[in-house]
Design a protein around this ligand. Structure first.
Ligand SMILES: C[S@@+](CC[C@H](N)C(=O)[O-])C[C@H]1O[C@@H](n2cnc3c(N)ncnc32)[C@H](O)[C@@H]1O
Length: 235
């Protein structure tokens, strides 16, 4: 698995692509801004991602930001999951990156779990407005408990719901992860100590990489995500 460190040069290309509207920055390449046809389904979601990015920064609602959002989308595109589970919806920022990729793949759905009922309501409205509601189910409650109610095979798990909850969420869903499922954990740079049990487990049992990002958020400038490939045989 490659190490992924977003540097300022890549970020500049990514930002330009966003401005030009020809690419979402998620690995599709920078296309000619004059001749390239616009992707009709992508445009509205891109606007909503940018709007939600602004709202989250203003209201200090923690979210992954565009650098990690683009990487998440790239990982979804590579794995082509039928079922994605996200623990920690907040207002649906990372969910938009994930669900847009599922829509482009014309495959899969996202189950996203949020403890705060008001945030969950806002996230639902966001997915509705983005035209992605058919791809996303927002469940309200404690992810540590609700993951136990997911009966289908899970191909992609994204953990972003308070560091100490990663271990219990992972333990609750581990038995339903498919062979080769991707498990992505956010804030591994700034929160490693708080999720030590989780990191020890996935790093000792599976192929697992820490990917670092230069980020530009009001609450952080450098952080990492842990990307783990789940193998049943290695359990
Ligand atoms: C960092 S935010 C998630 C950001 C989101 N993934 C994004 O990038 O847009 C963490 C969220 O997890 C939620 N949360 C905290 N503990 C939780 C739990 N036990 N179950 C579900 N959600 C939880 C918080 O309410 C908060 O909205």
């Amino acid at each position: 698995m490659k190490k992924n460190t977003w540097c300022s040069g890549e970020l500049l290309v990514f930002s330009l692509a966003l401005l030009l509207g020809g690419c979402d920055g998620a690995g599709g390449g920078v296309s000619d801004p004059v001749t390239a046809p616009k992707a009709p389904r992508g445009d509205k979601v891109t606007e909503m991602i940018e709007e939600l990015d602004r709202i989250c920064r203003e209201q200090t609602v923690y979210m992954v930001g565009p650098e990690k959002g683009a990487r998440l989308a790239e990982l979804v595109r590579g794995r082509k999951p039928s079922v994605v589970v996200e623990c920690g919806t907040a207002l649906g920022y990372s969910g938009l990156w994930i669900a847009r990729e599922l829509e482009r793949l014309d495959k899969g759905r996202l189950i996203t779990i949020e403890l705060d009922a008001d945030r969950a309501r806002q996230a639902r409205a966001t997915f509705e407005k983005a035209g992605l509601a058919a791809r996303v189910e927002v469940r309200v409650g404690d992810a540590r408990e609700l993951v136990g109610g997911i009966s289908e095979e899970v191909d992609f798990l994204f953990l972003d719901c308070n560091y100490a909850n990663y271990g219990p969420c992972y333990a609750g869903i581990e038995g339903r992860l498919s062979e080769g499922a991707l498990v992505v954990a956010d804030n591994v740079g700034i929160g490693a100590a708080g999720m030590k049990d989780y990191l020890d487990r996935v790093r000792s049992l599976h192929e697992s990489e820490t990917e670092w990002f230069e980020i530009d958020l009001p609450w952080g400038k450098r952080d990492a995500m842990e990307v783990t490939v789940f193998r049943k045989a290695e359990k």
